[in-house]
Design a protein around this ligand. Structure first.
Ligand code: GRF
Length: 218
């Protein structure tokens, strides 16, 4: 069993996926607190529905981001969280926050890192013309979307895709890989060497994907 702190800013569908996976007893975790920097985040409603403690932290109430992150650290520590999951948390964390929880902060990013870090990355993937995109769960370091990768899922990009249709396809996979990544931590199967994450006793993935399909070879 792992104690989670979840940081959100928006609709919270990843939070919902984590809640649902816990309820289905496929994820051995307890959400100790859900924190939002946006008082109107629908994610907060989702947490309340399951009687999960919530907290709103607004930067404007603090003299600096450092001070607000200091408070965030205190709240998370006082709830004895083992792992922090950023789930659509739309604000950068200060180095002091990241150092307070070394290798214990996860993020979900809607692209195949290290391609397309940053914001509106589904739009960037469509515009670039990549044939595959996907999502990545990674450990948060002090860079933007640069930390060690725990798990990725790949989806095809179709010729008529828009930002919205690609985002929907990717989001479905986010809801599968995020709970799985957390479960790896709950099972104590995560080993990190330099920037490589290894999952103990995980089967090797075989096979190749092409888009469009290769037809001239069997
Ligand atoms: C997801 O696409 C996630 O990858 C990104 O922000 C979006 C949040 O969605 N970081 P939700 O709030 O979990 O629905």
């Amino acid at each position: 069993m792992i104690n989670l702190g979840i940081l959100v800013s928006g609709s919270g569908t990843n939070l919902q996926a984590i809640i649902d996976t816990i309820e289905a007893k496929r994820l051995d975790a307890k959400i100790k607190i859900v924190i939002s920097n946006n008082p109107d985040a629908f994610a907060i409603e989702r947490a309340k529905k399951y009687h999960i403690p919530t907290f709103i932290i607004q930067d404007s109430h603090f003299p600096s981001r450092e001070e607000s992150d200091k408070h965030l650290v205190e709240i998370l520590k006082s709830h004895s969280v083992d792992l922090i999951a950023l789930a659509g948390f739309m604000r950068l964390l200060t180095p002091a926050f990241i150092r307070a929880f070394p290798l214990k902060i996860l993020n979900i990013h809607p692209a195949l890192l290290p391609a397309f870090p940053g914001l509106r990355v589904q739009k960037k993937a469509v515009e670039y013309g990549v044939k595959f995109s996907g999502c990545s769960v990674h450990i948060v370091d002090e860079g933007v979307d640069t930390g060690p990768i725990v798990i990725q899922a790949v989806v095809p990009v179709h010729e008529n895709d828009t930002e919205k249709t690609l985002a929907e396809r990717i989001l479905k996979e986010e809801h599968r890989i995020y709970p799985q990544a957390i479960q790896f931590f709950a099972e104590n199967r995560v080993e990190i060497k330099d920037r490589k994450v290894m999952i103990k006793d995980s089967p090797k993935v075989e096979g190749v994907l092409e888009n469009p399909p290769v037809k001239i070879f069997k």
